[in-house]
Design a protein around this ligand. Sequence first.
Ligand SMILES: [Zn+2]
Length: 342
Amino acid sequence: MKKLLPTSTAGSLPKPSWLAQPEKLWSPWKLEGDQLIEGKQDALRVSLQEQSVAGIDIVSDGEQSRQHFVTTFIEHLEGVDFEKRETVKIRDRYDASVPTVVGPVVRKKPVFVEDAKFLRQQTDQPIKWALPGPMTMIDTLYDNHYKSREKLAWEFAKILNQEALELEAAGVDIIQFDEPAFNVFFDEVNEWGIATLERAIEGLKCETAVHICYGYGIQANTDWKKTLGSEWRQYEEAFPKLQKSSIDIISLECHNSHVPMDLLKLIRGKKVMVGAIDVANHQIETPEEVADTLRKALQFVDADKLYPCTNCGMAPLPRSVARGKLNALTAGAAIVRNELLK
Ligand SMILES: [Zn+2]
């Protein structure tokens, strides 16, 4: 029997201090060579064990094998020069030094497929794997070759599709694409953002998800959120087209955010990963707070389509806080599950 309200996380979880400096986003590795490969696998095992002990139903690698959710993928491709850096405004929000596209982008070898096989060997639970989405990838680069955001996005969509098909063959149950850029570039989302995402999932038989959030709890994001007013209606822009798309699951930030819950009506029929854990503070939610967010979402999402989740990744949080939040998610989901089964 399929479990009602299966829990999962949006993606990243904190790394152990022997692998990378904790509580720091995009922290560099502390190991090298074979030690790094082993270290990442050990960290994956720890992360998986923590998810299992917390009772998370759909588990992941906790993104232990990547430093950055976009650049680690791009590092494996040809056509991007990491020595040649330019400063660009990411998500229209903060300046960042990024690598340059200098020629045709090509995926000569798989990126995460070995890591996914390793995760598959470690557990019988359903596994989810996250990849960056095409629009978010192009937003994290300086393009000196295609000179067209759309053209580059289509190229990345093809590459992501190659990777996704191999991840599926490795036994991944849900492939998730992270598209925080969908919350910023509304015209592009509707003109080609969702279309390129659909190209990335072409031919997949496993489930597919898109994660759209308001970002990690870093200063630039917190400052940006302050400018968004009392009602965050960004989701309204992409939802109608996403509702008609072939994506199965939509992963959203809902807890402590100013997103009006009734926007979920616009994606009726889709499965929804409802963010019921705030990743931008260290305060651990009570199970009742989690349950409350889930109950609100249930007004607009059918119970069999609701997946309790976190707002975003938890990589920058202290490990004890992340653990506490995982436990709160499980406990909160259990409260609502019991209510539904009564
Ligand atoms: Zn996120």
